[in-house]
Ligand binder design. Structure first.
Ligand code: 4AD
Ligand code: MG
Length: 428
């Protein structure tokens, strides 16, 4: 008999359901199973006297085993779970589970050793349903606006951007590297006349970071587009994109997210507040923050957290764009005006989720900026993209894992990556 998904069951119509046994309760006359599939769960009620073969086939079977059950869904006012139950005529055990190696209250690192089991919980499945909804919404928004989705190589011949934090791999008799950003190739798409592109793909960073928001491989969502007048256009597009995706996610998952994660999905209003790095520091010292020399160049982790407080206090807004970083800390490809990089970071709930910028598209200026950072030969192939005509352009890179973590108020990135990769973890 054809399999029917649990949320599509019709009453009094014989069919087969397939799924995990979430719970088994064995009483004197009855066995109750909670069977769950990706759409929902239902109680399977087995009367022992009537169904001796089923009782026999369930001998030694524990929760997390996989079953196929044929029978009929019926209304039942006694069953709490949705007021329905499934009365079986036959049951087949498709896979017998051993006793689980992890408990619900295991610490995150133990859980990650058995990630496939950890992911079975309703809560953890929900993380990925929400993430999938969010990325699909971004895709939908961009495709509607004439963006083309591309896939750039992750094996690259020269260390991109700065060279400091790339993984080296053996490439036959040569060295290659894992891309730490699609940056160069998304700009190549601009030189190729694509005008508007995006890419969702893996990003590799050989950083020994042990924070709650760093991993060595994460999912990046990158956007690049041509004929902008300034990086204001880039920020505007990012605002529209995030508003669209958050609204869609709230519509579909707002209620259940509140119930399971205890957090509200807030759809932000336009425009998001904007402040220069200098302004931020002059404001957060009022919260008792001690400014250091380093802070002139970048936002410290603590300062990032205070940006959240600042933007809530001052603007009642969860997001803030920070602009006017000094050129020493910004990539050489950011366009500069009066020496100031024409880019920004976007901070959400105290964490950087994006870096974006208008790019320098003029060959001579770009080459000079690359030389100034001592990049020379490594970026020669990239500089060539700008020799034969290239429109002004800009874009940004979003960290998807960070967005998921912040959206669901989950304390660490380890829990929101399908499989986390960090300096000490490369299995399973
Ligand atoms: O800020 P990043 O390094 O910017 C770039 O890669 C530029 N090429 C983007 C551009 O178009 N200008 O990375 C982009 C985003 C960060 O804002 C952050 O959300 C995320 O990627 N990210 C990380 N996420 C998890 N683990 C890490 N180690 C991350 N490093 C950056
Ligand atoms: Mg950044």
């Amino acid at each position: 008999m054809n399999r029917v998904l649990i949320n599509e069951l019709e009453f009094n119509k014989p069919c087969t359901i397939k799924g995990w046994i979430e719970k088994i309760r064995d009483s004197k006359y009855m066995i109750f199973l909670v069977v769950k599939d990706i759409t929902g769960k239902i109680q399977v009620t087995i009367e022992k006297e009537k169904m001796p073969q089923i009782v026999e086939s369930l001998k030694g079977v524990i929760a997390h085993s996989v079953v196929s059950v044929t029978g009929t869904a019926v209304k039942s006012e006694y069953v709490k779970m949705g007021g329905q139950e499934f009365i079986p005529t036959s049951l087949e055990v498709l896979s017998v589970a051993e006793a689980l190696p992890i408990m619900d209250d295991a610490n995150i690192d133990n859980k990650l050793d058995y990630r496939w089991i950890d992911l079975r919980s309703d809560r953890n499945t929900l993380i990925f349903k929400v993430q999938s909804c969010f990325t699909n919404a971004m895709r939908e928004f961009l495709v509607k606006n004439n963006f083309i989705e591309i896939h750039t190589p992750k094996l690259i011949g020269a260390a991109s951007e700065s060279g400091a934090d790339v993984f080296e791999v053996k490439y036959f008799d040569r060295k290659a590297y894992l891309a730490q950003s699609p940056q160069f190739y998304k700009q190549m798409a601009m030189a190729a006349g694509f005008e508007r592109i995006f890419e969702s793909g893996p990003v590799f960073r050989a950083e020994q970071s042990y924070t709650n928001r760093h991993s060595t491989e994460f999912s990046g969502f990158d956007v690049e587009f041509s004929y902008i007048d300034s990086f204001e256009d880039v920020m505007n597009l990012e605002e529209d994109l995030l508003i669209y995706a958050l609204q869609k996610t709230k519509n579909e998952y707002g209620e259940i997210v509140k119930e399971v994660f205890g957090t509200e999905i807030v759809v932000p209003k336009k425009p998001f507040p904007r402040m220069t790095l200098k302004q931020v520091y002059s404001e957060i010292v009022k919260y008792g923050y001690q400014e250091t020399e380093e802070d002139k160049l970048d936002l410290s982790t603590e300062a990032e957290k205070l940006v959240y407080k600042l933007s809530m206090d001052k603007f009642g807004h969860e997001f803030m764009f920070i602009t006017d970083y000094p050129k020493d800390k910004r990539a050489f490809y950011h366009m500069r005006k009066n020496g100031v990089p024409q880019g920004y970071d976007l901070i959400w709930r105290g964490v950087e989720i994006t870096t974006g910028a208008q790019r320098e598209h003029r060959y001579d200026k770009l080459k000079a900026q690359a030389d100034e950072k001592g990049l020379g030969e490594d970026v020669k192939f990239y500089l060539d993209f700008f020799k034969y005509g290239c429109p002004p352009h800009g874009g940004f890179g979003l960290g998807l894992d960070r967005i998921t973590m912040l959206l669901l108020n989950i304390p660490t990135i380890k829990e929101v990556e399908f499989i986390f990769r960090g300096p000490n973890r490369i299995t399973p």
